[in-house]
Design a protein around this ligand. Structure first.
Ligand SMILES: NC(=O)c1ccc[n+]([C@@H]2O[C@H](COP(=O)([O-])OP(=O)(O)OC[C@H]3O[C@@H](n4cnc5c(N)ncnc54)[C@H](OP(=O)(O)O)[C@@H]3O)[C@@H](O)[C@H]2O)c1
Length: 273
């Protein structure tokens, strides 16, 4: 059962920040939660696997932080609505930072892809974050320092990603959502940050092979902490990922052709047994 926090914010001084993070049971989300652990932060850890969330919680507490776990399944609109409702209840509406990180990727050639799997991926990677934002943002804009949303997208949203085209499109939709929202909400005290990690060693990529080195989830977790502290609009962890992003945005034609030619070297892929 998920609990409520034991401490409360005293008086008018909002000293302890409440940070909720989805996909905190493993990988990038767990690493970010552990790196965020501090007596000045209370964390709400969300994902489906309660046992793994408890492991993250134990690591957060070992580092002097405070965390509660909230088991949720974000693969449906109902699940995302329930998540938002529980989140606002358990934090008494005092949600300072919302890190939307849960996601999956389908690896399949598009011509052989399964439409049910694509729909599931789109719901988890794009529609659920949208539903949670719709429910939580009206509360977050009332926070003393203004709310902060951090969405974990992917470098794949800026470049072609053969073999995971629906994944790349779901992350591009998320990037676009935040970009437009940032302008629409420009008079509201809310910051919207997109983090675009490149190839990272987690369960999601455990079957991938690539000549390019994978970044550790801990390294991406540290970038997320920096994003929470500095509130930039866009974070791309790692200099080589930033260079790739610049190349694909500045010279899309040339870089697409280069990638098409050297796809087997440049794009992480799953080797068939
Ligand atoms: N790894 C990479 O190379 C890479 C690169 C760029 C971006 N990213 C993005 O980074 C984020 C984290 O990925 P990761 O690499 O850390 O993957 P991961 O290790 O597979 O972790 C995915 C997280 O999402 C949660 N999740 C999956 N399905 C869920 C559902 N239906 N409801 C609620 N939570 C669910 C998982 O927890 P449960 O299974 O317990 O629910 C887990 O905590 C994703 O958005 C991913 O797209 C990853």
């Amino acid at each position: 059962m998920a609990a409520k926090f034991t401490n409360t914010v005293k008086g008018n001084v909002h000293t302890v920040k409440t940070i909720a993070i989805t996909g905190a049971s493993r990988g990038i989300g767990a690493s970010a939660a552990i790196a965020l652990a501090s007596p000045a932060r209370r964390l709400v850890l969300m994902a489906r696997s309660e046992d793994k969330l408890r492991q993250t919680q134990a690591q957060v507490e070992r580092r002097g932080g405070q965390a509660i776990v909230l088991p949720v399944d974000l693969s449906s609109r109902k699940g995302a609505e329930l998540c938002s409702k529980l989140l606002l209840e358990r934090t008494d509406g005092q949600l300072d930072v919302l890190i939307l990180n849960a996601g999956i990727s389908n690896h399949s050639d598009f011509l052989n892809s399964n439409l049910d799997a694509i729909e599931y991926e789109l719901r988890l990677n794009y529609l659920s974050p949208l539903v949670i934002l719709r429910q939580c943002l009206p509360h977050m804009v009332t926070q003393p320092d203004g709310g902060h949303v951090v969405c974990v997208g992917s470098l794949a949203s800026l470049m072609p990603f053969p073999g995971e085209v629906s994944y790349a499109a779901s992350k591009a939709a998320l990037l676009s959502l935040l970009r437009s929202l940032r302008v629409e909400l420009r008079h509201q005290p809310v910051t919207l940050t997109t983090v675009l990690p490149g190839y990272t060693a987690t369960e999601m990529t455990s079957k991938h092979r690539s000549l390019l080195p994978a970044m550790s989830s801990e390294r991406v977790g540290i970038s997320i902490v920096k994003a929470v502290e500095e509130r930039p609009h866009l974070v791309i962890p790692g200099i080589s990922n930033r260079l790739a992003a610049r190349l694909f945005r500045t010279f899309p034609g040339i870089s697409d052709r280069l990638l098409a030619r050297f796809a087997s070297l440049l794009v992480p892929s799953v080797k068939q047994p």
